[in-house]
Design a protein around this ligand. Structure first.
Ligand SMILES: CC(=O)N[C@H]1[C@@H](OP(=O)(O)OP(=O)(O)OC[C@H]2O[C@@H](n3ccc(=O)[nH]c3=O)[C@H](O)[C@@H]2O)O[C@H](CO)[C@@H](O)[C@@H]1O
Length: 371
């Protein structure tokens, strides 16, 4: 590892490809930058990366091509390996040009080249895995990392051969954690005296959840509740048109939300995918939830994530194939008609929150450089 005695460090955070890598990476970047350190965030050319970066003009972003591992023996494998090689070369140049001291990979194969390049250039290297079970990429990335950071306790035993595995929670952007007097009801033009159901499908929306919720709108209307639905950019118009058929249901439908802090503050219950960042935020803001794991997530990691919240009493867990108007309405009623259950779920969620994950990781990055 490089030894540096000056007060500030330069960290390269590889966090491209999906909101679940981007936003925790941004969270660590925000803390380091606020303490006067240099930070470069490596993102991909995907739309979600550009969208996420647009909310943080104070941070420096650089783009790298997104890399997903094809099936072994697929003809795409050659392009993938070429991408890794070119990515490593480009990262070595970034590391030298910016005098990077430490590389943090937030997951995915997009993190591999920066970590490998960091290793070759003598930087400290760390990865963060936010899910209950690590993906293939992070199992490989761990081999090139001095320290493996896990968001959840359940993950730590999945790196049995690594000598330094630490559980630090999954970072939440400090812009979301900042105290503010913004009125969430006014922001979303919702009623203060109605209970609010938040629907969110992770960083890109969830078609299965969007469509199932569409079938339950009549039931929600009968309950007299209001709905804040973050549909994702792809499904936004379809979802908006379904809601338009229910003008008596108080509603706010959005494609993407830059103020998730207000979305969580307005919510009495959330129906959500069980992506790791969404869950760490639900815990932080103490929002009871009905979690619907993405059925095709690698090694079914979203179900493993959700089981932790279900077991702790912070969430209900429902498979996507079980969603229909009745099951959704019953689940929502079971919380909205039982204030004791709602309160217990809220407390259980808050207990699962790790408050200073971004600060802990930032401290560690500085320590690995300055000793
Ligand atoms: C389909 C899939 O494989 N998804 C994975 C992906 O989820 P995904 O990319 O959906 O990420 P998460 O659910 O972990 O987090 C979503 C993030 O997007 C933010 N957000 C979302 C909507 C919006 O309008 N505005 C906004 O800011 C949320 O506040 C949160 O910070 O990465 C996660 C972390 O590895 C994994 O756990 C998920 O399994």
């Amino acid at each position: 590892m490089k030894q540096k005695n000056s007060k500030s460090i330069h960290a390269l955070i590889a966090c491209g490809g999906t909101g679940g890598h981007l936003f925790p990476g941004i969270a660590v970047g925000e803390v380091l930058a606020s303490r006067g350190h240099d930070v470069t965030l490596l993102i991909s050319e995907k739309k979600i990366d550009t969208l996420a970066a647009s909310g943080h003009p104070e941070l420096r972003f650089e783009k790298m091509p997104f890399l997903a591992m094809p099936k072994p023996w697929s003809p795409k494998m050659f392009g993938f390996l070429k991408g890794l090689w070119q990515g490593t070369k480009a990262c070595r140049k970034i590391i030298r040009d910016h005098q990077v001291d430490v590389v943090l990979g937030m997951g995915g194969f997009t993190s591999f080249a920066p970590l490998y390049a960091g290793r070759k250039e003598g930087c400290s290297t760390l990865i963060h895995e936010s899910n209950a079970i690590p993906g293939k990429a992070n199992r490989l990335n761990a081999r090139f990392s001095d320290i493996v950071l896990c968001g959840l306790d359940a993950c730590k035993n999945h790196f049995p051969k690594h000598g330094d595995v630490r559980v630090v929670g999954t970072p939440i952007r400090s812009s979301m954690r900042k105290q503010n007097s913004d009125d969430p009801h006014a922001f979303f033009k919702l009623d203060k005296d109605k209970r609010t159901l938040l629907i969110m499908g992770g960083s890109q929306g969830a078609r299965g959840v969007n469509r199932a919720v569409g079938m339950a709108l009549e039931e929600f209307e009968k309950m007299g509740i209001q709905v804040l639905h973050i549909a994702g950019p792809t499904d936004y118009e379809e979802v908006r048109d379904v809601y338009a058929k229910h003008p008596l249901l108080k509603q706010h439908v959005a494609a993407f939300c830059h103020r998730m802090d207000l979305a969580y503050r307005v919510a009495d219950l959330a129906i959500a995918r069980s992506g790791a960042s969404s869950m760490s935020e639900l815990a932080y803001f103490g929002v009871p939830s009905l979690l619907v794991p993405y059925p095709y997530a690698a090694e079914d990691h979203q179900t493993r994530n959700a089981e932790i919240f279900d077991k702790a009493g912070a969430a209900m867990l429902m498979g996507e194939s079980d969603l229909n108007a009745d099951t959704l309405a019953d689940a929502v009623r079971s919380v909205f008609n039982d204030t004791r259950k709602a309160g217990e779920m809220k407390k259980a969620a808050q207990k699962l929150a790790v408050k200073n994950s971004a600060e802990k990781i930032a401290d560690l990055l500085v320590k690995t450089v300055q000793g």
